[in-house]
Design a binder for this molecule. Structure first.
Ligand code: UDP
Length: 253
């Protein structure tokens, strides 16, 4: 078989040319990085869990009419997605205070925010992904006013969907990051949710105990990251080869 053409290698994923024009294969690696890649480790199984969880969230978003780049999962580590032009912004939605927001505004970690807050960071590792305002985004032409209106409404829809899905399994969605892609259809463009949605890019806390079930486990050395992500996947019923619950009768076809 011919070797696939690598398009891009990021910190947690590698992108390859897809089988059809306009498609890309996303390969989920086991690498974990934090603090702008100053901390790095390989965590066996993380890529498999993120691939399956991201598929679950993207499919769910598609079902409620939020457009995404996701086409299908190919195997345990790869998914086929539509190729798109990534808008160079990290779109962050926050429901509770955590991370950089606490540092910036002196808020107590875990305080509920008066309403969801959407922030934008300019995607540039060398600059440490600085926070930017809509003024910067408009002035530098990263997105138009129409794009910004669409991005805000997409981000809030993703927030409502993800918050509900998580609440149903006893998990609080504290905050998350998404990336937005442009897809061109002739003269028209539309915006879709791109990249991935996984515990790498969300803060997820158990509602009862406050236990962290996201990448903060790695950032802060709080235990096993695979155990945390496995717990999220198990609660959502998307564990790879989800074993049947013991004692339950099984129908045999
Ligand atoms: N986030 C991310 N990638 C980044 C920066 C942030 O996925 O490059 C996610 C992060 O996991 C959290 C949310 O965005 O769920 C808000 O992150 P924050 O600004 O608090 O930054 P951090 O404290 O993680 O540096």
């Amino acid at each position: 078989m011919a070797r696939r053409k690598k398009i891009y290698e990021g910190k947690a994923k590698t992108l390859y040319e897809g089988p059809e024009p306009g498609t890309i294969v996303q390969y989920f690696k086991d690498d974990a990085t934090a603090f702008n890649a100053e901390k790095h480790d390989v965590i066996e199984g993380k890529g498999v869990l993120n691939n399956i969880l991201s598929e679950f969230f993207m499919l769910g978003l598609g079902q409620i009419g939020v457009p995404t780049h996701f086409l299908k999962r190919l195997n345990m580590r790869e998914q086929l997605v539509r190729s798109c032009e990534i808008i160079p912004l990290e779109v962050i939605v926050r429901n509770y205070a955590a991370g950089s927001l606490c540092k910036r505004l002196g808020l107590e970690e875990g305080a509920q925010l008066p309403r969801p807050i959407v922030e934008y960071c300019y995607k540039d590792d060398a600059l440490g992904d600085p926070l930017v305002t809509e003024e910067h985004i408009a002035a530098f032409g990263w997105a138009s006013q129409q794009d910004m209106d669409d991005i805000l409404s997409l981000a809030l829809r993703v927030n409502d969907f993800m918050s509900g899905v998580m609440l149903a399994v006893g998990i609080r969605l504290v905050d998350f990051k998404i990336e937005i892609g442009r897809i061109y259809d002739g003269d028209f463009q539309r915006l879709v949710i791109a990249d991935e949605i996984s515990p790498d890019s969300c803060r997820l806390w158990d509602i009862k105990t406050g236990q962290k079930l996201d990448k903060d486990v790695f950032r802060r050395d709080l235990g096993s990251l695979t155990d945390a992500y496995t717990e999220v996947a198990r609660r959502l019923g998307v564990m790879p080869n989800n074993p049947p619950a013991p004692g339950k009768p099984q129908l045999v076809n």
